[in-house]
Design a protein around this ligand. Structure first.
Ligand code: 13P
Ligand code: SF4
Length: 314
């Protein structure tokens, strides 16, 4: 296999031969999304993993997504094309710190975003994604005291739309925090009628400028339902691949990141972890059935409970 087309064909052939399924997040490179059996937001990927009959799952996303697959399907071989595909948001909450925080706040229910390690999920009462967080928090008793982590921006947004006062962990995603309200205001001058789509991992002032706030799937569905509009998109630009595929005549404008002194001159709004999934790595992962992701049994047995609770409540 010496080019993209051959690699993709070989990947598809091996999937059939080995009874493997490729799941990919919307933020991965278009070439990876194209070769996948299923693409989705983090909720849809977890749901798909929970019900697949395939023997091998190749999870093209980031490490915590592969862990979630393994927790839901312990008997399956779960492969992550690059184990270095981490997540700054998941990294912002260490299990030992959450454990200590829980001890300092007895009687609190822990609601964790899916962007967390398996060890953090094991300390969690219910997992949420940006696609179901409001729905799930709304189902918890009104007087329940809640710790929400690790994404501070998503937590603030959920507090605002549910009227709760959840105690928020101070974590964030370095990709979404790079978007500035100024950039959107500038784009609106040129495109006054454009609809502003914002992921709730963005900072509060960016979320305030949104016409639609939601998970990648929510933003995509909105555009597909209104293809006659123009869109300003404040999330990782990998989502534009599927938006453009489903709405070939629609204009989608990715918001450039803020380039400040603190951001070390970074002018990229891409998630470098998601982009670690290349066609060649998917090919090698399938060929060698490696590297696999495993979750220690004592952690998995606890982590599966809040994930299943999420799947039941959403
Ligand atoms: P969703 O796919 O749930 O919108 O999450 C975005 C994200 O940052 C995943 O890492
Ligand atoms: Fe994590 Fe942010 Fe990348 Fe999503 S975009 S995987 S939250 S670092």
């Amino acid at each position: 296999a010496d080019n993209g087309t051959d690699l993709a064909a070989e990947i598809r052939r091996m999937c059939k031969e080995k009874d493997a399924i490729i799941l990919a997040h919307y933020y991965t490179d278009g070439s990876v999304q194209k070769v996948a059996d299923f693409i989705g937001d983090s909720l849809a990927l977890a749901r798909k993993a929970a019900k697949t009959d395939a023997k091998i799952i190749v999870m093209c996303g980031v490490h915590f997504m592969a862990e979630t697959c393994k927790i839901l399907c312990p008997e399956k071989l779960v492969i992550c094309p690059d184990l270095n595909a981490g997540c700054s948001l998941a990294d912002s909450c260490r299990a030992e710190d959450l454990k200590k925080f829980k001890q300092e706040h007895p009687g609190y229910t822990v609601v964790s975003y899916v962007n967390t390690t398996a060890a953090v999920k094991a300390l969690t009462d219910v997992v949420v994604t940006s696609g179901n967080a409001k729905k799930i928090v709304d189902q918890l008793p009104k007087d329940e005291k809640i710790i929400f982590g690790p994404d501070h921006n998503l937590g603030s947004y959920i507090n605002a739309v549910t009227g709760r006062e959840m105690l928020l962990w101070n974590g964030g995603c370095h990709v979404h925090e790079r978007f500035s309200p100024q950039a959107i205001v500038e784009m609106k001058k040129e495109h006054p009628d454009a609809i502003v789509l914002v992921h709730p991992e963005c900072k509060g002032p960016v979320v305030k400028l949104a016409d639609v706030v939601g998970s990648t799937a929510v933003l995509l569905d909105y555009a597909v339902a209104h293809p006659d509009k123009e869109y300003i998109v404040a999330t990782e630009p990998g989502i534009l691949f599927e938006m453009q595929r489903q709405c070939p005549d629609t204009v989608f404008l990715p918001v450039p990141p803020e380039v400040s002194e603190g951001s070390a001159g970074c002018s990229c709004n891409e998630c470098e972890y998601m982009k670690m999934n290349t066609l060649l790595k998917v090919y090698n992962a399938l060929k060698y059935e490696w590297p696999s992701v495993d979750v220690p049994a004592d952690i998995a047995v606890e982590a599966v409970k809040p994930i299943n609770r999420m799947l039941e409540m959403s």
